[in-house]
Write a protein that binds this ligand. Structure first.
Ligand code: AMP
Length: 544
């Protein structure tokens, strides 16, 4: 027997109309390309998104078409975020930090019809125009008419100014209703091997994910929250914050292109931000600025860190020196992206000092709706004892089932689980801890060593700015850990003193066999340490 409740489709436009109707005056504040502050409200975003839907229709965009964006976090980008899916098209966010060849490939693979481009990426659009001309008909620059630059496009492409198009468009547009499983957004993962792969979100997955990230034990978002996503809207939907902010009526502060410590600290204090989210590199930059300038964070209470493992120094320094709680989450493009969040259960509430830090290094408990398990090489489930580590698998309504262009379900195993490629432990309370990417784990004499655990210890050394541990080939043990460190500005690293940090913290056989001090470490387009490059370079270090 079926239930007798209404079956209204979940839709992204309903998040926006809710925000406009019930939190119409709540602000959306943006740092612009020119470094000025633009303010409007959720009611303005909704009205302007209707105008933009009319613009898209005029440009020939129809339901199912892909609308690409190359843009920072800003109000015009937010309007594309809502207008494209709201009218039934797909908002395809493109990561501008990828190599232009990859960007050209992605635009063609997605068959983007229109591209919305920030002024920062004008040279980039010139560079990929030839490669993208097969599908792209219109390029819209996200700026005012007086800021329009010269752009070298191909003769088949038309160039437009966003503000001019919007000013000429009517506001009369009714958000259509359609199946909640309709595709809404597309984001390519910047895989470390092979070409990027597209993850295609739906209205249903996006709305359910927004509800989940807003929960008290996740981002705890409400109408009084003033949230600043540092995590870019061009990668993993800015962790769902543009949607969760509309859902809750929160004030949304969009930082634009300057993400350095001084710019972020200034914006946090000027706009009285209470919550922010970003990768560890951003927080290390903010920390460095606070320490060197003596500045304080006046209103920020919590910052969420994710995307790569949180270094303990971040948790300690923000708590002890600035009274800011650093919270740790985990996710991936294929999970919309948030999968777990570290919020205490009653047993964890009393922890203080190093115990509290140790607890916060875990990536956390699953958001309700997500199922997880860890398995061994034969796919047998491993115990949740906090010790056994195995491949992490997940399933749930906001987990991808296939990559764009592939057969539905093709990214899943026979039981419907998605293999994350991460290696993890899960403790009896359900707190998951990533020990490695499966490609990065070090296999020494048949036993596994966690590179992340070693990196966390290395970066707690006062002279170390950044650290990476990789598996280097070894004649006897197959692989042994090799530690690469970058010195903090003005400091010198003594390798013996770094090795002393490990004493008593890990088993003796986990100790790196060597420490190399390097001027810098390579990073991927999403700010993660590029271990493939390091492995290529240093793989034979112990054989040479
Ligand atoms: P992406 O799809 O680019 O967001 O990358 C997802 C991957 O980033 C995950 O599979 C993890 O390997 C890594 N990752 C994300 N969050 C964390 C975290 N909190 N700690 C460690 N690794 C993380």
């Amino acid at each position: 027997m079926l239930g007798l409740m209404q079956s209204r489709n979940l839709s992204i436009s309903s998040l926006l109309t809710h925000a406009a109707r019930h939190h119409g005056g709540a602000q959306v504040i943006s740092r612009t390309h020119e470094n000025t502050t633009h303010r409007h409200s959720w009611a303005d975003v909704e009205r302007r998104s209707r105008q933009l839907a009319n613009v898209l229709a005029r440009l020939g965009v129809v339901a199912g078409d892909r609308v690409g964006t190359l843009a920072w976090n800003g109000y015009r980008h937010l309007e594309v975020y809502y207008a494209a899916p709201g009218m039934g098209a797909i908002c395809h966010t493109i990561n501008p930090r990828l190599h232009p060849d990859d960007i050209g490939y992605i635009v063609n693979h997605a068959q983007d019809k229109v591209l919305f481009v920030d002024l920062s990426f004008v040279p980039l659009i010139g560079a990929i125009a030839e490669a993208a001309k097969a599908h792209v008909r219109d390029v819209v620059l996200l700026c005012a008419p007086e800021a329009m630059p010269e752009v070298a496009l191909t003769p088949s492409m038309r160039l437009h100014c966003y503000d001019t198009l919007l000013d000429a468009a009517g506001e009369d547009f009714a958000w259509p209703e359609f199946d909640e499983n309709t595709a809404s957004a597309l984001c390519y993962t910047s895989g470390t091997t092979g070409r990027p792969k597209g993850v295609l979100y739906s209205h249903r997955s996006t709305v359910i994910h927004a509800y989940a990230v807003a929960l008290p034990d996740v981002l705890d978002m409400r109408a009084t929250t003033r949230v600043l996503p540092v995590v870019p809207m061009f990668h993993v939907n800015a962790w769902g914050i543009p949607y969760a902010a509309a859902l809750t009526g929160a004030t949304l502060v969009l930082p634009g292109r300057h993400l350095d410590g001084p710019s972020m600290t200034g914006l946090f204090n000027e706009e009285r931000v209470t919550l922010s989210c970003g990768v560890p590199t951003v927080w290390l930059g903010v920390l460095q600025h606070l320490r060197s300038s003596g500045a304080r964070l006046d209103t920020v209470k919590r910052i969420m860190t994710g995307g790569s493992a949180a270094p303990p120094v971040l948790i300690d320094a923000f708590r002890d020196e600035y009274d800011v709680r650093v919270e740790h989450g985990w996710g991936m493009t294929e999970l919309s992206p948030v999968g777990t969040y570290n919020a205490p259960k009653p047993a964890q509430t009393g922890l203080t000092g190093p115990e509290a830090t140790r607890q916060m290094l875990r990536q956390g408990r699953v958001l309700p709706g997500i199922d997880m398990k860890i398995v061994d090489a034969d796919d047998n489930a491993l115990p949740w004892d906090g010790k056994a580590f195995g491949d992490l698998k997940v399933r749930g309504p906001w987990v991808a089932s296939a990559y764009y262009g592939d057969e539905p379900g093709s990214a899943l195993d026979a039981g419907g689980w998605f293999a994350t490629g991460d290696v993890a432990t899960i403790d009896p309370d359900g707190f998951m801890e990533i020990t490695d990417r499966s490609k990065d784990v070090i296999k020494s004499g048949g036993e596994w060593i966690s590179s992340i655990a070693l990196e966390n210890i290395a970066v707690s050394h006062p002279d170390v700015a950044e650290a990476a541990v990789i598996a280097a080939r070894h004649p006897k043990w197959d692989e042994r850990p090799l530690l690469l460190v970058v010195a903090r500005a003005g400091h010198t690293v003594v390798t013996e003193s770094v090795l002393q940090m490990f004493e008593g913290k890990v088993a003796k056989w986990w100790l790196p066999d060597a420490v190399l001090v390097v001027p810098e470490l390579p990073h991927t387009a999403t700010g993660k340490i590029q271990k493939t490059t390091l492995r290529d370079k240093y793989r034979d270090h112990y054989l040479e």
